[in-house]
Ligand binder design. Structure first.
Ligand SMILES: [Ca+2]
Length: 177
């Protein structure tokens, strides 16, 4: 019985460890303070830094960013990892980003900046959310284990907002911290 409990306990610790990986979309240049809400004028370009957070080291991190509101047009993705990447797979309203260290020689310690997505703000007066499709996102670590990300921090773009509106959105955002 004690042995079974010990195994269950170890499994719980292990599950907690491997389930800790999360994705953060940083829109304001300050990771860790999200979810961000940033203003943009129509036709502006918005940079979204993608951070992979957690403990341990990864050989691969693949994820799907979605803009279900559809007012942000995906422009491209600049990879920050030295890994082999494939061109983003755009399937509106989502885009699949993939990068893997196929040499299995240079795992990256979390947290790390995976890369930067660029979006074009196309429609006026729209609050657009950027989210991660967790069902189509995953990681592969230096213990040769793979899994799904457990959570994400998304972000929002207030297209066409004034400075006053942005202040108000900041106040609303603070309410949910
Ligand atoms: Ca931020």
């Amino acid at each position: 019985m004690k042995k079974a409990l010990a195994v269950a306990f170890l499994c719980a610790i292990f599950a907690g460890f491997v389930a800790a990986q999360t994705i953060e979309l940083d829109l304001d240049g300050t990771p860790g303070n999200g979810p961000d809400v940033v203003p943009a004028a129509v036709s502006d370009y918005i940079n979204v830094d993608v951070y992979i957070n957690g403990t341990g080291m990864l050989f691969s991190a693949n994820f799907t960013i979605c803009n279900l509101d559809g007012s942000l047009e995906f422009q491209g993705y600049a990879y920050n990892t030295p890994w082999t990447n494939t061109p983003p797979v755009v399937t509106p309203p989502c885009v699949l980003i993939q990068a893997t260290d196929f040499t299995f020689g240079s795992p990256l310690a979390m947290p790390f900046l995976h890369g930067t997505a660029t979006y074009h703000a196309a429609v006026d007066a729209s609050l657009d959310d950027l989210t991660i499709d967790l069902a189509n996102s995953g990681w592969f670590n230096d213990q040769f284990l793979s899994g799904a990300f457990s959570d994400f921090v998304g972000g929002s773009v207030q297209i066409g907002s004034s400075a006053t509106e942005q202040t108000n959105w900041g106040a609303v955002k603070d309410l949910f911290r």
